[in-house]
Design a protein around this ligand. Structure first.
Ligand SMILES: Nc1nc2c(ncn2[C@@H]2O[C@H](COP(=O)(O)OP(=O)(O)OP(=O)(O)O)[C@@H](O)[C@H]2O)c(=O)[nH]1
Length: 423
């Protein structure tokens, strides 16, 4: 098989979800593809690589098996990953590459590394790259991103407060799981042998709300038709990064009916800012059945900048989400409306587009109670007329200059601050 670029499948999934089992199954299935494998393991010794070598035709000394240990390919090993892949492609001909990322790796940065190479802003070029100018995009094309989910541990992980270090940031397992679900083309719901049908339906319903674009496949012991994972051409960076359920909900809001297992989502919108202290208190006490919330909001005191909120599991990230359109000059605003006519619908007298717009996804959520709690966190008539700078405010402050032009409702990752509002 010959082609210009080598397609790549990336396997992600929490610790022990079954990535290596899936990989070994794939390698043991007769395929007319010559597959190379890159395994990124946690510790100094690459146990997964040994197991791949043990259970397949690929040997550990084989050039087709690369191990990157003692670091994470989505953080500190990104440069190493680019070099290893470029060298691999130069050294040998093969048709397909499978990358098994380690248990805590986020799929998005791995996908970015493969699609953008060294052009990622914060990545220093390696010696190899400086000398040769060769990098991944010259040889590879991301074909499919796969998340392996442990159905048996699903709800435990989902609710888990247990945290892991992911590079410099601490992440709880629940939010990692959500990120992995939100960013994939194919989702393997593995270990189905350990779970009853009703639980599986319940998990699937949650996954469908969080990630409507993914193909969900139920598996036992990682057994899956290779055609579902290799050479599918399903990966599309833009679609993948924008496909999460919350994003669709914000773009086409609808009140979802109570589903069989109570997984629902709704959009909260208001024309007033949140009171900084009341909103912080609400976030401190946010019900645990709200599993995902995302969007932007207006905080009394910050008339210039919209703040983005991105909450998954136990972690809440706040970041500037751009300036309000209302702060633009009349001409700029005109041009903005021409390009985005739908924005005229969210325009209100006096405050323009300022106001919270959040989507909440959860199980058995009491929409009315949540809506009224959120409403109660916005300013009262009296407070609207008061001096907003006098309100106690525990939120991080961002200067207008930090806020790039608002792009949808997304919080910019670069300046996000993990907030522990309770502290
Ligand atoms: N019962 C059952 N066990 C499974 C299944 N899939 C994998 N396992 C077992 O679960 C354990 C973890 O599987 P791995 O394939 O090592 O998981 P992993 O995601 O590669 O794990 P890390 O590399 O540690 O992140 C192993 O003992 C597997 O044999 C399954 O579908 N059912």
């Amino acid at each position: 098989m010959s082609r210009e670029t080598i397609p790549v499948t990336v396997l992600s999934g929490n610790l022990g979800a079954g990535k290596t089992t899936v990989l070994n199954n794939l390698l043991n299935t007769r395929m007319d593809l010559d597959v190379a494998v890159l395994v990124n393991d946690m510790g100094e010794v690459n146990v997964d690589a040994e197991r791949v070598a043990e259970h397949s035709d690929i040997s550990e000394d084989d050039e087709d098996l690369i191990e990157l240990s003692n670091g994470c390919i989505c953080c500190e090993l990104r440069g190493d990953l680019l070099d290893a892949l470029a060298k691999l492609a130069q050294a040998r001909e093969f048709d397909y590459l499978i990358i098994e990322s380690r248990g805590v790796a986020e799929p998005l940065p791995v996908a970015q590394t493969l699609t953008m190479g060294f052009d990622q802003g914060d990545l220093d070029p390696t010696e190899f790259y400086e000398e040769t100018g060769i990098e991944v995009m010259d040889y590879y094309e991301l074909d499919t991103t796969v998340t392996v989910v442990d159905a048996h541990q699903f709800w435990t992980t989902f609710d888990s407060k247990e945290s892991l270090m992911d590079g410099d940031t601490e992440k709880d397992l629940g939010s990692l799981l959500i990120e992995q679900i939100e960013f994939c083309d194919v989702l393997l719901l593995n270990k189905c042998d350990l779970v009853d049908k009703e639980t599986l339906d319940e998990i699937e319903e949650m996954v469908e709300v969080l990630q409507p674009r993914a193909e969900i496949i139920r598996t036992e012991h990682g057994t899956v038709d290779p055609e579902e994972l290799l050479d599918t051409s399903r990966f599309d960076f833009k679609a993948a990064s924008q496909s999460a359920g919350w994003m669709q909900e914000l773009q086409e809001p609808h009140q979802s009916a109570e589903e069989e297992h109570g997984v629902t989502s709704f959009v909260f919108e208001a024309r007033r800012p949140f009171h900084p202290e009341r909103f912080a208190e609400l976030l401190d006490e946010f019900p645990s059945n709200v599993v995902r919330s995302k969007g932007h909001f207006w905080l009394a005191g910050g008339k210039e900048v919209a703040l983005g909120i991105d909450a998954a599991g136990q972690s809440i990230r706040i970041a500037p989400a751009g300036g309000w359109i209302a702060t633009l000059s009349a001409e700029e605003r005109e041009a903005y409306f021409e390009a985005n006519p739908e924005l005229e619908e969210v325009w209100a007298e006096e405050w323009g587009d300022r106001g919270p717009r959040l989507v909440l996804i959860g199980t058995d959520m009491d929409h009315d109670a949540l809506r009224s709690d959120l409403d109660a966190a916005t300013l009262t008539d009296e407070e609207m007329a008061a001096d907003w700078s006098a309100f106690e405010d525990r939120f991080p402050t961002f200067e207008p200059a930090e806020a790039a032009e608002r792009d949808g409702a997304e919080a910019s990752e670069d300046s996000a601050e993990e907030v522990g509002l309770a502290d």
